[in-house]
Design a protein around this ligand. Structure first.
Ligand code: TMO
Length: 310
């Protein structure tokens, strides 16, 4: 609470007025992972500081691109290439949504293990070595196959398609939430039990549990849509996710006319890998609410974000 009030004071001192912008609220979507929640509130609180009104809505992380296209939602602060590139491209193709530049951050989202796993399966990070160790990852749920713990289904990672395409002895079990991924990882750590699960960078997890991504056949554009691309000529999804993926910002085409000042700020916004990892940490380790974490971040980084509003 004190954090919020301090930030409000700073905001009051620095606020210009976005007089050209519509008084209608700018609707910002909230999804199911922490950095996106905090970053959405950071951007929303910056809009507040320049006199805009903001509303937050929880939405599905794939369907959001259709909502932006139709103008029901104004923008998206984290378009991860691996998880959302296909849905974003499909919406852009239909018209009504566009990219407002990229963050400085470079992203990766894929199968990942904490380093103690490698002691039991020394051929890692190679995917074929992982597959030869599949029995190490067996659970009552997966029989004699290994368990891959995927993220929530709406992240649409197509992990089962990849298992099938590469003929792997794994079964995909989807976690119900990001928090369930971290709880499983923490539980495995107690007995140093091998575990392979979905993870991404930037994220707080890399600072808590040193680990590595599994190296699958390298991503080639078209791998998920054209069977001839990738090592198995008969199927799609036979590649890893991009190892140096983008993180874009997206906006409804009407945003720049309805809220030109906020749109200009959004186009300036750019976060780095360490900044995004810290936003996740404030929630996942420090236990802050996303809006308080955002206020804290703004307090600590006034020079960075005020440069975006000028
Ligand atoms: C899109 N995500 C960061 C959850 O992989």
């Amino acid at each position: 609470m004190t954090v919020l009030m301090a930030s409000a004071a700073i905001i009051a001192m620095t606020a210009p007025v976005a007089s050209a912008d519509s008084p209608d609220p700018i609707v910002i979507p909230i999804h199911n992972w922490s950095s996106q929640n905090v970053m959405s509130h950071v951007v929303g609180q910056i809009f507040d500081s320049i006199g805009n009104s903001v509303e937050y809505v929880s939405t599905d992380s794939q369907a959001v691109y259709e909502s932006i296209r139709l103008g029901d939602v104004a923008l998206e602060v984290e378009v991860w290439e691996g998880a959302y590139g296909a849905s974003f491209d499909a919406a852009v193709e239909k018209g009504g949504v566009h990219a407002v530049g990229e963050h400085d951050a470079v992203t990766r989202e894929d199968w990942w293990y904490p380093l103690w796993t490698k002691e039991a399966c020394p051929g890692l990070p190679d995917w074929q070595a992982l597959n030869a160790c599949a029995a190490l990852f067996a659970t009552p749920e997966t029989g004699d196959k290994g368990r891959f713990l995927g993220g929530p289904v709406d992240w649409l990672k197509h992990d089962q398609e990849r298992v099938d395409a590469l003929g792997m002895d794994f079964v995909v079990i989807n976690a119900g939430s990001a928090a369930a991924l971290w709880a499983s990882l923490a539980a495995a750590e107690r007995t140093r039990k091998p575990i392979v699960l979905f993870n991404w960078t930037p994220n707080f997890a890399e600072a808590v549990w040193p680990g590595e991504f599994v190296e699958f056949p390298e991503w080639v554009a078209g791998c998920n849509t054209d069977p001839s691309i990738g090592p198995n000529p008969d199927v799609t999804y036979d590649c890893g996710n991009p190892a140096d993926g983008y993180l874009k910002k997206a906006a409804w085409d009407g945003m720049k006319d309805k809220w030109p000042t906020a749109y200009a700020v959004l186009s300036n916004v750019s976060f780095t890998n360490p900044q995004i990892a810290e936003m996740a940490r404030l929630v996942d380790i420090d236990g802050m609410e996303p809006e308080d974490a955002a206020a804290h971040w703004l307090d600590q980084n006034v020079d960075i974000w005020t440069a975006w509003t000028n």
